[in-house]
Design a protein around this ligand. Structure first.
Ligand SMILES: Cc1ncc(COP(=O)(O)O)c(C=O)c1O
Length: 364
């Protein structure tokens, strides 16, 4: 603030971009105002136009899908598997049975629309099955945008993508530094890619597509999406603490697991075996429990503990009613049965044990 470089100019923005790229081990990163704007730009970079359809998940936060509508394109909603992320088996079946592939173009039979891109979300810090999804994407000529807004720090520990971080496997990835994420810049986001053309174009589009600094010439429609120097300064300080925050998230996860292990009908959802997860959110799955989802939320609230159901399915939200969906089954089941319990990094082990004791008291 003393240097007066408070806006989108100033050295911290580039420093933050470089440090994030180095942390997630990818070729480069371009800052933006939030994860939503990063997803908007990523869809544009993969060539999505108003005439196209885009494959998206239904079980996620609505910001993962709204950018499809910003462009005027059409979402096609996919189901999740037990990782809560996109089900690759259904994805493949959809491409095979509901689309045609000719001249490198995947066309949805029902609408005749070209599908160029799919958006995959790494839900709650878990990782989607990227091996399967990337294979399908290659076969059907789809670009992959990874919404890694909830999964900064999650990476594969084995398999084809060993060592690869969420957001760096597809064509483009997006991070969020919203206040509810593991690290925050108040609000902010980052576009990740290993493709130099995408990175250059992302920077251009996020900075009003100015092609000449002095004469203010603009060669396409750009956006005022760049992060400010103030946000980036905060981000640099937060990034230094990220691994410590992830350690707390993991320790608290283990406490939940231990404390709730004997609870009949409540299962603490886990993550894929072959990843190190940032454990952003803790999700309890209710199946055959004395209390259902809503009763437990009410009981916790009565004890001054905030909890909430997983997001309502996007394909059921008013602006999306009537959209194309493909065999949505598991997502419905998780919507009806999941309760998210406190997960902030400032929770102590005692806090977590208290939450568990209130849950146990309710089910006797
Ligand atoms: C899955 C998902 N996508 C997109 C976003 C949007 O990120 P932002 O709030 O930074 O715009 C969020 C979180 O806020 C999210 O959870």
């Amino acid at each position: 603030m003393e240097t007066e470089w408070v806006s989108t100019g100033g050295p911290y923005v580039e420093d933050f971009e470089k440090n994030i790229a180095s942390y997630v081990k990818c070729a480069g990163a371009v800052s933006c105002q939030n994860g939503t704007s990063g997803l908007h730009i990523s869809l544009l970079l993969t060539g999505v136009t108003a005439d196209d359809a885009v494959i998206v998940p239904t079980l996620t936060f609505i910001a993962a899908v709204n950018p499809v509508k910003y462009i005027g394109a059409t979402p096609v909603f996919m189901d999740c598997d037990d990782s809560l992320c996109m089900d690759p088996v259904k994805l493949e079946r959809f491409c095979k049975e509901e689309c045609t592939l000719g001249n490198g173009k995947l066309i949805e039979k029902a609408s005749g629309k070209h599908i160029k891109t799919l958006v995959v979300v790494h839900v709650f810090g878990n990782m989607a099955d990227m091996e399967a999804i990337m294979n399908i994407a290659r076969r059907y000529n789809l670009k992959v945008v990874e919404d890694a807004t909830e999964a900064i720090g999650t990476y594969y520990t084995s398999g084809e993508y060993k060592g690869r971080y969420a957001g760096t496997i597809g064509d483009l990835g997006v991070l969020s530094f919203n206040g509810n994420k593991i690290i925050t810049t108040g609000g902010g986001g980052m576009i990740l890619s290993n493709n130099a053309d995408y990175l250059r174009h992302a920077k251009h589009l996020t900075t009003q597509a100015k092609s000449d600094e002095l004469y203010y010439t603009h060669d396409e429609i750009g956006f005022n999406y760049r992060m400010t120097n103030l946000q980036a300064a905060l981000g640099l300080a937060q990034l230094e603490q990220l691994e410590d925050f992830i350690a707390v998230k993991n320790a608290n996860y283990e406490t939940y697991k231990r404390e709730l292990s004997g609870c009949k009908g409540i299962q603490l959802l886990s993550v894929r075996d072959d990843i190190r997860s940032n454990r952003w959110f803790y999700a309890l799955y209710f199946d055959g429990c004395k209390l259902n989802r809503d009763e437990m939320i009410k009981h916790l609230s009565g004890n001054k503990i905030q909890s909430r159901p997983i997001w309502g399915l996007i394909s059921d939200q008013l602006p999306y009613v009537g959209s194309r969906t493909y065999k949505i089954e598991k997502a419905k089941q998780y919507w009806e049965s999941v309760v998210n319990v406190p997960c902030s990094t400032n929770l102590s082990q005692e806090d977590v044990k208290y939450v568990c004791s209130v849950i146990k008291e309710a089910i006797g």
